[in-house]
Design a protein around this ligand. Structure first.
Ligand code: ZN
Length: 645
């Protein structure tokens, strides 16, 4: 980096920071910002005489915006130094004679920092971080956050600091509701938390299901020796306790804690962007003191970024088995947490319009767990003028037939469209359905092109003669595939129904039909289907229509296939007939608990209401637990459930 590039980078960082802090509308990802910031810092270390007075390294993050009353923190609210790898961790540990100290470890949640001032046992004031000295007074909004106590049993003056966060599931719920109302999507849980906290109308804040997770303190006079003791005291006042709170004695233990926490990343209900490491001893921390920007006694050991910036190169159109045309973003390949990502879903053309995205745009994408990468933002400020609009298609990209434009969905109605046929065959043979090993996408295409399969029943007509004429098919491969097809002559009924690919009838619905009606499955009426728990109009209609339209095809298929009916025996127990809601982090997946409950005759519902009998709550349960308490619904733990069975 030369001087010119350095000054340009400083301007760019300031622009990005303004968009992030002031406008809550980021135009760069954290990862990009961090990377450029690091390069600026390197230049400054090598050229201390050239440092610009506008450099972001000289400024504490965050500015105060108009609209709220400004208020000062009693003790400065520092931000933290970020470190990104083990070498930086070792360097930090070696600085200032920290060896031999105890280190307190906890997650760094990705939200908005908030400082709560309590006096005479009451919440006096809540201030955002702002520039660390002055923030915005958001007391009215803090009062609507359910797990911020209005009163505490301690009468002294104390500043309690923490992160305001939105759980990932609440965030998805909010965005789904916004999508249904035709509103723009919130970019990510952090921006949603920060934006919600700074609403001028606290009714909006209340609707966003914010939660407060304490991580520290400012002014206090408790006379306790260690940070961990102070946090223990804060938890005892009624604040949410952090389960992942450890004391580490050395580098090895810190490294172990880091990988443990990183493994929990997907399962934690809140987004985390790293782990905080801090010296536990308060007196020694004070001795270490501060740089002009950061405390020297604590550091944020960041996780690999899951949100990155890339470019939308093109939009590909995929035609699914139901004929729906889905736009898929083709991206400049980008590596996210070890996975190469080169496409992201754009959902539908309404979503493209809402995002306002064009071909050639810089965008941010997020990849979390095994979900399909999602576009979280469009950086319109970075346009060069060469971007081109994304047009709604009028003809099927595969068969050329005129498309039916239904608004949100655009469909190819040609039942013989190659894309529809091939995708329905792939679906039928897939793991979730008939699980025909060896009949994946490539082979289905090969068989279709050779003219051997045009519909599902054709799969069962395949023989060694046909297969041996295909390229790459040797004896072993042929007999393996024919064996797999043979096994698929007697599938479970629910797998078979799922495999038919009836619109709106997924695996869960197919299971319900199979369990409730067994051998009557072909002849179900609309009313019978509507009597199934969780079935709606669209599902019942779609099923009935499918059975009518495909009567002949099904008869042909059932000549080859004999589904096994699943008798569903329910063990009688104390919980038979009761309704459960599952929430929080449990020792096993929610699906497993759902299966246990259903096997004992209980029903599992997604939301808490007066009809709920029990809420099964794991750790870090959120809004559902609050709701249960509000309605007086009995809350039980895993252990209590096991005793009831
Ligand atoms: Zn088509």
């Amino acid at each position: 980096m030369d001087k010119k590039e350095y000054l340009k980078s400083v301007d760019l960082l300031n622009l990005w920071a303004k968009a992030y802090y002031k406008d809550d509308a980021p135009i760069a990802t954290d990862e990009e910002y961090d990377e450029l910031y690091h390069r600026v810092l390197e230049f400054e270390r090598a050229n201390p005489s050239e440092i610009s007075m506008f450099s972001p390294t000289k400024r504490v993050g965050g500015e105060v915006s108009e609209g709220f009353i400004k208020a000062d923190h009693i003790e400065r609210m520092w931000s933290m130094e970020d470190i990104f790898d083990e070498a930086e961790l070792v360097a930090w540990l070696n600085r200032g004679d920290k060896l031999g100290q105890k280190f307190a470890i906890q997650p760094k949640f990705d939200g908005a920092s908030l400082n709560l001032l309590y006096e005479n046992g009451e919440l006096k004031r809540a201030i955002t971080r702002g520039n660390g000295i002055t923030g915005e007074d958001v007391t009215t909004n803090a009062r609507v956050i359910q797990n911020i106590p209005m009163k505490i049993t301690y009468g002294g003056k104390i500043e309690i600091r923490g992160e305001v966060v939105i759980s990932k599931s609440d965030f998805d719920d909010i965005n789904l509701a916004r999508m249904q109302r035709g509103e723009t999507q919130l970019a990510n849980p952090r921006n949603a938390a920060s934006g919600s906290l700074r609403q001028l109308d606290s009714k909006i804040t209340a609707s966003r299901r914010l939660q407060f997770r304490p991580w520290g303190y400012g002014a206090q006079n408790l006379g306790l020796k260690n940070y961990s003791e102070i946090m223990e005291f804060i938890y005892s006042l009624g604040f949410e306790r952090e389960e992942f709170f450890k004391i580490c004695l050395n580098l090895e233990e810190i490294k172990t804690a880091y990988s443990e926490l990183l493994n929990l990343r997907e399962n934690k209900p809140f987004m985390m962007d790293g782990m905080v490491v801090r010296v536990d001893n308060v007196a020694f921390s004070n001795e270490l003191g501060y740089t002009e920007k950061f405390p020297k006694f604590m550091v944020a050991y960041k996780f690999p970024a899951i949100e990155k910036t890339t470019r939308l190169v093109d939009v590909a159109l995929q035609v699914g088995r139901s004929g729906v045309v889905t736009p898929v973003g083709v991206l400049d390949e980008v590596n996210i947490d070890g996975v190469k990502v080169k496409s992201a879903t754009l959902h539908n053309f309404d979503e493209i319009k809402r995002l306002g995205v064009m071909k050639g745009d810089f965008i941010s994408i997020i990849r979390s767990g095994d979900v399909i990468p999602k576009i979280t933002g469009v950086f319109k400020e970075r346009r060069s003028g060469s971007e081109t609009p994304i047009e709604r298609p009028h003809n099927c990209p595969v068969c050329g037939t005129m498309l039916l434009d239904e608004g949100v969905f655009i469909k190819c109605q040609n039942l013989e469209c190659k894309a529809r046929v091939i995708n329905s065959l792939i679906h039928y043979a897939s793991k979730r359905c008939l699980n025909i090993d060896g009949l994946g996408e490539a082979i289905v295409n090969q068989l279709f092109e050779a003219g051997f399969i045009n519909k599902i029943a054709d799969i069962y007509r395949l023989g060694a003669n046909e297969l041996s004429s295909l390229e790459g098919f040797k004896d072993k491969k042929i007999s393996n595939l024919l064996n797999a097809i043979n096994i698929a002559r007697t599938p479970n009924l629910h797998s078979f129904i799922t495999g038919l690919g009836i619109e709106h009838i997924g695996e869960v619905a197919a299971k319900k039909i199979a369990r409730q009606f067994g051998d009557k499955w072909l002849e179900l009426s609309y009313e019978e289907l509507m009597s199934i728990d969780g079935f709606g109009d669209a599902m019942a209609e779609s099923y009935v229509e499918f059975m009518q339209v495909n009567r002949e095809n099904l008869a042909e298929l059932l000549y080859f296939v004999t589904p096994k009916f699943e008798k569903f025996e329910v063990k009688q127990s104390d919980i038979s007939g009761k309704t459960f809601v599952i929430t929080g982090t449990l020792s096993k997946g929610r699906d497993e608990f759902k299966a246990i409950l259903e096997a004992h005759g209980a029903k599992v519902s997604g939301s808490v209401s007066k009809k709920t009998d029990f809420v099964l709550a794991g750790s870090e349960a959120g809004s559902k637990l609050d709701k249960a308490r509000e309605l007086g619904v009995r809350v039980i733990s895993e252990e209590e459930l096991m005793e009831m069975l």
